[in-house]
Design a protein around this ligand. Structure first.
Ligand code: SF4
Length: 347
């Protein structure tokens, strides 16, 4: 075990590096192609699974490299079919990941950090602060774990689990590209969604990416004082600056961002809050996702009544703002938005 941890995870090699290793071992170039297929398209987790690779080469590779795959510490299955996993990496850090199946589709919600420094008032993850950021490989491994568990192809990934993706920008983008790689998992860029709580430099950098990845912004209030209370970690990026950055993103990319708005009883579902949201969105390219806040044990914040959610949807629609009411997935297993936190669960 000790030895395994000192070896490099073979899946962190680029295709060029893989070619170099194969050449160093005196093997023909086509072996590198075979290896790449096992590693990046078939997503195997051991050398033994590479059945068309000679045993001698597999043994040579095992001398130099390992597979550092996460361990499933626990899994819970929701009434709606969603599955929540607690996955542990080799240094003992653990994160939660959720798989959400629907007709012929499988969506995965990944974490980009273990814990989170943002401290949003309605979010269970923020309570314990940040442990560390994840590597691209650790983000991708969550998707592979879910694909293997369901034995299905993953059709979309949302970066909405633990952590603020733009506080871990480079590894997040690397993970997006691995997931999008046509010779790998080949998940379409538009089906890869990154959700930020509004880190403006991250939005600017995201706008520069050539791929059509999707951007979601956790808004939750368009009134500064409310937003400061709900999302204290993002205070310095004020709403007018955020609005401006999003409009620049739209101009640059032509892509439609979405706003996540978790409705909290008596806090962001009042008349002035609704009016502020309408004026933030009206006349701009955007899509609003309304969701009733999930009940987090111990939290004083409660979900808005459905009547209010429907009323806000109606008001936004009258002003020409496309709006969807989203169902919360997996809230009976604490897997819904704002409920992910590191804890061991009983099977
Ligand atoms: S809502 Fe997102 S950004 Fe806010 S504390 Fe939770 S994980 Fe972090």
């Amino acid at each position: 075990m000790e030895r395994t941890n000192r070896l490099q995870d073979i899946r962190t090699l680029s295709r060029d590096e893989l070619n170099d290793v194969v050449a160093e071992l005196g093997q023909p170039a086509f072996r590198a192609k075979q290896l790449a297929e096992w590693l990046f398209a078939k997503n195997v987790s051991s050398f033994d699974e590479m059945t068309n690779v000679p045993k001698k080469l597999r043994d040579q590779l095992a001398e130099r490299f390992c597979f550092n795959v996460p361990t499933e510490v626990a899994k819970q299955v929701s009434r709606d079919g969603s599955r929540k996993y607690l996955l542990e990496f080799s240094d003992g850090t653990s994160v939660e990941t959720v798989g959400m199946p629907s007709r012929n589709k499988l969506s995965v919600c990944v974490s980009t950090q273990a814990g989170c420094a943002m401290g949003c008032a309605f979010c269970a993850t923020g309570f314990n602060g940040l442990s560390r950021s994840l590597t691209a490989r650790e983000i991708v491994d969550q998707v592979i774990h879910v694909a293997n568990d369901f034995d299905e192809r993953v059709t979309s990934v949302v970066f909405m689990g633990q952590g603020e993706p733009f506080a871990n920008f480079d590894e997040t983008v690397k993970a997006l590209r691995i997931l999008n790689d046509p010779d790998g998992m080949a998940i379409g860029a538009r089906h890869l969604t990154v959700s930020t709580c509004g880190v403006i430099p991250g939005i600017r950098r995201f706008a520069e990416l050539p791929e059509q990845f999707t951007l979601a912004i956790s808004l939750h209030s368009a009134i500064q004082s409310t937003r400061n209370k709900l999302m204290p970690g993002i205070k310095k990026y004020t709403l007018p600056r955020l609005h401006e950055a999003i409009q620049q993103y739209v101009e640059k990319t032509g892509r439609r961002p979405s706003y996540e708005y978790a409705m909290i009883d008596g806090i962001n579902d009042t008349n002035p809050e609704m009016e502020a949201l309408i004026s933030f969105c009206e006349g701009t390219l955007c899509h609003v996702n309304l969701i009733q806040l999930n009940d987090t044990p111990g939290s004083l914040m409660k979900p808005s009544p459905m009547k209010k959610v429907e009323s806000l949807q109606k008001r936004l629609s009258i002003h020409g703002v496309e709006t969807t009411i989203r169902n919360s997935r997996g809230n009976d297993i604490d897997a819904a938005c704002g409920q992910l936190k590191q804890k061991h669960v009983n099977l």
